[in-house]
Design a protein around this ligand. Structure first.
Ligand SMILES: Nc1ncnc2c1ncn2[C@@H]1O[C@H](COP(=O)(O)OP(=O)(O)OP(=O)(O)O)[C@@H](O)[C@H]1O
Ligand SMILES: [Mg+2]
Length: 239
């Protein structure tokens, strides 16, 4: 098996108009890695995810997925290459049923003849299977986030990018979602990049953490080390 990182971000810089939102950001995520991206409001976390999936243009730098340069590919190609993005709030369509939302996610699958994925996602998320015919509007916040993750998995991604899945969720539900990510990795071999404001929670479930500060990498390292590092916690993580 290749020891090269599955996702490799090299010197990525991105702007919003004249404002530089990311400066020279580099990050390597190994196969089956769980990586947290942390930082205060406006640090550049969402811009990083959007630039990885081609929703926002990179000014310079490169993004490699499985050694393939995907930096300038249009978003639909990025997704079929294996990068799935769950935006902040999840982006499920509340008027549609659970099943319809999931089937929409399947439209992004590289091989659409593959019919196994829907049953697999149902098996991974029993609460969604029970609510398969209900509209997403009837789901709780945690179930909606689960549906958003399930929908992204319908594309059979190699790497799942999640933007603040804990937003608006109760602490108990947040823990369930974080634990779910670990279970998914164990059961499906998924690789995850988790953007979070909840730094303590995210570091407790990931292997690696990266802290952005005003668009630059302030520090990074093993998650347990960052959790234990008082200076990093005080300077960047607010706990
Ligand atoms: N559409 C936009 N137009 C102009 N500036 C933007 C836009 N989106 C983000 N920015 C700016 O880019 C910087 C990074 O924003 P970004 O949303 O990536 O941060 P974030 O870390 O995701 O913050 P949050 O924790 O609030 O979600 C901020 O200075 C922000 O004001
Ligand atoms: Mg954000």
């Amino acid at each position: 098996m290749s020891t090269a990182p599955l996702l490799s971000v090299r010197g990525l810089t991105a702007h919003h108009g004249p404002v530089r939102a990311l400066t020279d950001v580099s990050l390597d995520v190994p196969h089956q890695g769980l990586c947290a991206v942390l930082g205060a409001n406006g640090a550049g976390k969402t811009t990083l995810l959007r630039t990885l999936t081609g929703l926002h243009p990179a000014t310079s730098g490169r993004v490699l997925l499985d050694d393939e340069d995907i930096t300038r590919l249009p978003t639909e190609k990025v997704i079929t290459r294996g990068l799935a993005h769950v935006p902040e709030g999840g982006g499920v369509i509340v008027e549609l049923t659970v099943e319809e939302n999931l089937r929409l996610g399947g439209l992004w699958r590289a091989d659409r003849r593959d019919r196994t994925t829907f049953d697999e996602v149902m098996a991974l998320f029993p609460p969604l299977a029970e609510r398969r015919s209900r509209t997403a509007s009837t789901l709780s916040g945690g179930e909606r986030q689960m549906l958003a993750i399930g929908r992204a998995l319908m594309a059979r991604p190699k790497v799942l990018l999640l933007d603040e899945p804990s937003l608006g969720l109760a602490p108990r539900v947040t823990r369930q979602i974080f634990t779910l990510l670990r279970d998914l990795r164990a059961r499906t071999g998924l690789t995850v990049v988790l953007v979070e404001q909840n730094a303590a929670g995210a570091l407790s479930v990931t292997d690696h953490g990266l802290v952005l500060d005003q668009g630059r990498v302030a520090t990074e390292g093993p998650s347990d080390g960052l959790l234990a590092d008082e200076r990093t916690r005080h300077a960047y993580l607010g706990f």
